[in-house]
Design a protein around this ligand. Structure first.
Ligand code: NAD
Length: 452
């Protein structure tokens, strides 16, 4: 038996003991996970510094705080989420007990990505634990140091119920051959399709948290200085390797140069005039991605940045101007610190541009005009829409986080994670009395019975 098979079988046996059905057990496991994050913070930050050149503050702010917040929400609201949910009844069932009972699904496979390796791997785990499932945790091999530290979770949580299985593509594929009750995958759409294909062999439901090109429309009627400050932050944090980073800007040609000037000022303010030596500016994860991003930028006009150093996987915060929709950089998700500006003649053209492409994970609109916001909301589709800010929807536990179409399926965070990883079982409890009420449904079907 392979290591992966052993882990899955053990998790299933642990689940079958029934101990994860107890809410007290789930809360204890969530608290243990929180204690792991606190006690191992130094190891976590050191690993991320090596993997992604993330600063300690960056790790705490963008990875750990959110997880602790989600654990707190789950611990404090679990009793309410897990309680039976009564529903409205009809005439036929008026004296019955009718409710929805959330139940664990069984063994969940969580496959994480590398860009925020803690957030995207442990956030689904919080939902899986809260919902009473066992979970096999597969961190991304691309963040090797981080994956090693993640294995230490077994010192804190029930290691039979929540095993961490490390490894690369062959190990993930071996896991995907096993039978799970749900697969929660975060990563690119190409592998997302492979995951769904593998899941279909066992009729296993999937949640796919994918990526894509998230557009950012800047209206002429807008405070450009504030808009560009928020966009610069959203784009260049984690060196552009954020699934909901604004991928490209759409704006009227008449404001393009002012947008560039404002972004230049913000880059200098946030990362100094030498981001390469600045602690809060990251690196591209590896040379493969470095080469991919550099190749995407080829052939477009550089307005800001462009400096790079392959030996350090460094790419300066870069803005491209007058970018054509046919250029290479507009054909796939950039997932790096390169921000193309595609000039469009106003809102209607921007909406057409967005609707001609795959549905994005996030859609950003910057404007002082409420009508523009309303039109953007009503005439487009995306996982999320934000007006006048970037990324922050991720931090709200009560908002479902997920894509639509090519950007993914399913949703999570807060109660949405709990529901996503639960079976919502319909229950109807009838008494054996009051049989007269049921007469009309029994044959023979007569006119009198119908009138009754
Ligand atoms: P990755 O390379 O770490 O791959 C993700 C996981 O898939 C890894 O655990 C890896 O082992 C596994 N994997 C890779 N190739 C495989 C194969 N051939 N067969 C089976 N498993 C395989 O991460 P990535 O895909 O480079 O991540 C970046 C992408 O993820 C971007 O598109 C980004 O937008 C998206 N993303 C989405 C979210 C979200 O919440 N929607 C969050 C983060 C990243």
């Amino acid at each position: 038996m392979s290591r992966e098979q052993v882990a899955v079988e053990r998790a299933r046996k642990a689940f079958q003991t029934g101990r994860s059905k107890d809410l007290g057990y789930r809360i204890q496991q969530l608290k243990n996970l929180k204690r792991f994050l606190t006690e191992r913070l130094k190891d976590i930050t050191a690993a991320l510094q090596k993997d992604l050149y993330k600063s300690q503050h960056g790790t705490e702010l963008y990875e750990i705080l959110g997880l602790e917040g989600e654990i707190n929400v789950a611990v404090s609201r679990l009793a309410e989420w897990a309680a039976p949910r009564p529903v409205e009844k009809n005439l036929l069932t008026i004296s019955d007990e009718v409710y929805i009972r959330p139940e664990p699904l069984g063994v969940v496979l969580i496959i994480g990505a590398w860009n925020y390796p803690w957030a995207v791997t442990l956030q689904p785990l919080i939902g899986a634990v809260a919902a009473g499932n066992a979970a096999v945790i597969k961190p991304s091999e691309v963040c090797g140091h981080t994956a090693k530290v993640m294995e230490l979770i077994s010192d804190y949580m029930d290691k039979e119920m929540y095993p961490v299985v490390t490894g690369g593509v062959p190990e993930t594929q071996e896991l995907l051959r096993q039978r799970f009750d749900h697969i929660f995958y975060t990563g690119n759409s190409t592998v997302g399709k492979l995951v769904m294909e593998a899941a279909s062999r066992h009729l296993t439901p999937v949640t796919l948290e994918l990526g894509g090109k998230s557009p950012c429309y800047i209206d002429k009627d807008c405070n450009l200085s504030i808009a560009c400050r928020r966009i610069t932050w959203g784009k260049f944090v984690n060196c552009g390797q954020t699934c909901i980073a604004p991928d490209y800007i759409l704006c009227d040609p008449s404001i393009q140069d002012r947008v560039i000037d404002e972004i230049r000022k913000c880059i200098e303010e946030f990362y100094t005039d030498d981001p390469k030596t600045f602690q809060d500016y990251g690196r591209i994860i590896n040379q493969r991605h470095f080469k991919r991003i550099m190749a995407l930028a080829e052939g477009s006009t550089v307005a800001i940045g462009g400096e790079n150093d392959e030996s350090q996987c460094y790419i300066a915060p870069t803005v491209l101007k007058d970018v054509s929709p046919e250029s290479k950089v507009m054909q796939e998700e950039i997932f790096g610190p390169v921000l193309p500006i595609v000039p469009v003649g106003g809102l209607d053209e921007a909406i057409r541009f967005i609707n001609e492409r795959e549905k994005p994970l996030a859609l950003y609109v910057f404007t002082s005009n409420q009508k523009v916001i309303k039109q953007m909301i009503s005439q487009t589709s995306s996982g999320a829409l934000l007006a006048n800010d970037c990324l922050v929807h991720y931090t709200i536990s009560d908002l479902p986080f997920g894509g639509v179409g090519n950007s993914g399926m399913g949703r999570y965070h807060g109660k949405y994670s709990f529901d996503q990883l639960s079976h919502l079982r319909s229950c109807l409890i009838k008494k054996l009395n009051m049989e007269a009420v049921n007469q009309m449904r029994y044959p023979p079907h007569t006119t009198e019975k119908l009138r009754w």
